[in-house]
Design a binder for this molecule. Structure first.
Ligand code: FAD
Length: 428
């Protein structure tokens, strides 16, 4: 279940290792593709063509059965899962061995206006929407005669200073600032970008000094960073912060953390207090050797930190997801062939983040890097990691093209309402 990082890499491992008569593998996901999430900010900013940051499941998993459907219930007692197909009908799928790789969803909070005004940043649809949305706001601001509305249209608020929020904010700000050169009516300083973070620092994945460096870089670009600050309200696009700051913003991006997939709550599988599946170091669900799990929806012991903290768990990131998936595929094949599964062990190697074109921050293998070098490391690392040669080639080609011809700053906002023109014509 799930064809994201864990689902795709596990299925790839199984189709490579298993002989045709040993088992049949079914992958269930409502999306027909895996999304390489670390490239979403660059897809939103126009450095990479959005189609190239997703990997088609049917084309890649030729020896697996791909089912485009959403899992709605899991009943391990009868070894069945209930799925909802795209046409809306429900049916039950039986299994012998289950792999739970349903990932995470945005962690929402009861903040007035959030559900109506906010958008998260986890899917390719959201990345495309946000790019078109930001460009559409520039177009609207360039034509309005109302100064208050103009200010609201040009104010972009991001809540949450983890990877997703910082990279999305930095890449989109870079793109929008570049785009203003094509608008006689707009100056880069007319745009207001705001980051709100509840903790006292950003990017907890890198060392504190790099988090501080990133804040200084963002502030140098004119981005307002509010640390140790809570968002209190977004009603009608009016943002209220816990330190009393208030302003209007037509764009509110919510990247303040994730929680385990809520479908798990419908199951008879053991969950921890945060809704994640309780897993063993071999990536089996506690007390259920035929159920395997990894990635954002699993509480997997982090054996590399167990000496300092006996309850240490692997962080929900791609670094663990990919490696866990590879170990899980090998373990499933081992158990099928009556061999012992191995424990998952991985020591965090650090992180890289892009902060826009030629800008970045990296903390890998105890090497700290900033600026152009870190940006190069970010691109090198992720192109090596994105699945399939086809996607690596297309992404590198996109980078070369935007390097040669400069980035594309076209708004395709029409795709959000493709029937509007037809409706207008049909009404006469
Ligand atoms: C913008 C962004 C940038 C990131 N950058 C980094 C980074 O630089 N480095 C890093 O280490 N990590 C990064 N991450 C985190 C990383 O992408 C995740 O940790 C990783 O994707 C987890 O893999 P997963 O397989 O558990 O979940 P996912 O990859 O999210 O896969 C879950 C899959 O389950 C499917 N699914 C959901 N519900 C159902 C259902 N009911 N039935 C069937 N299928 C379902 C989904 O469609 C999806 O395909 C980033 C995340 C984001 C959002």
């Amino acid at each position: 279940m799930g064809g994201g990082y864990v689902g795709l890499y596990t299925a790839l491992g199984l189709q490579r290792k298993l002989k045709g008569n040993e088992a049949s593998v079914t992958v269930i996901d409502p999306q027909p593709h895996m999304t390489y999430q670390p490239f979403l900010p660059e897809a939103a900013a126009g450095a990479i063509e959005p189609r190239h940051v997703v990997v088609p499941l049917r084309k890649t998993l030729k020896r697996c059965h791909v089912l485009t459907a959403r899992v709605t219930r899991i009943e391990h007692a009868t070894r069945t899962v209930e799925i909802e197909a795209p046409d809306g009908h429900h049916e039950r799928v039986e299994y012998d061995i289950l792999v739970v790789a349903l990932g995470s969803v945005a962690r929402l909070m009861p903040i007035p206006g959030l559900a109506e005004q906010g958008i998260s940043f986890k899917t390719i649809g959201e990345a495309i929407y946000l790019r078109n949305h930001v460009m559409a706001k520039l177009d609207a601001a360039a034509t309005t005669r109302d100064p208050e509305l103009r200010r609201k249209l040009l104010t972009f608020t991001f809540v949450g200073g983890g990877f997703a929020g910082i990279e999305a904010l930095a890449e989109l700000e870079d793109m929008a600032r570049f785009a203003t050169r094509y608008y006689n009516e707009l100056e880069p300083t007319d745009l207001r970008w705001v980051l709100v973070e509840a903790a006292g620092r950003i990017l907890p994945e890198v060392r504190e000094s790099l988090g501080v460096y990133t804040v200084l870089q963002l502030e140098k670009r004119g981005i307002e960073v509010y640390l140790s600050t809570l968002a209190k309200s977004f009603e009608n696009g009016h943002v209220v912060l816990s330190d009393g700051t208030e302003f209007d913003s037509d764009t509110i991006v919510w990247t303040a953390g994730v929680k385990s997939n809520p479908v798990l709550a419908t199951s008879d599988l053991p969950l921890d207090e945060r809704g994640r599946l309780k897993a063993t170091a071999t990536l089996q669900v506690d007390g259920m050797p035929d159920v395997w799990t990894a990635g954002d929806n699993a509480a997997v012991p982090d054996l590399s930190r167990i000496a300092e903290d006996p309850n240490a768990l692997c962080a929900p990131n791609a670094q663990h997801a990919v490696r866990q998936a590879n170990v899980m595929a090998a373990n499933i094949v081992a158990v099928l062939r009556d061999r012992q599964p191995k424990d998952y062990f991985h020591k965090n190697v650090g992180s890289v983040a892009s902060l826009g074109l030629h800008k970045g921050v990296a903390d890998v293998y105890n090497i700290k890097a900033k600026g152009f070098v870190a940006w190069g490391m970010h691109r090198g690392y992720h192109v090596a990691r994105v699945p399939t040669f086809n996607r690596k080639f297309r992404v590198v080609a996109d980078w070369l093209l935007s390097g040669l011809l400069r980035r594309e700053v076209i708004s395709m906002g029409q795709i959000n309402n493709p029937r509007a023109e037809f409706d207008r014509v049909s009404r006469g």
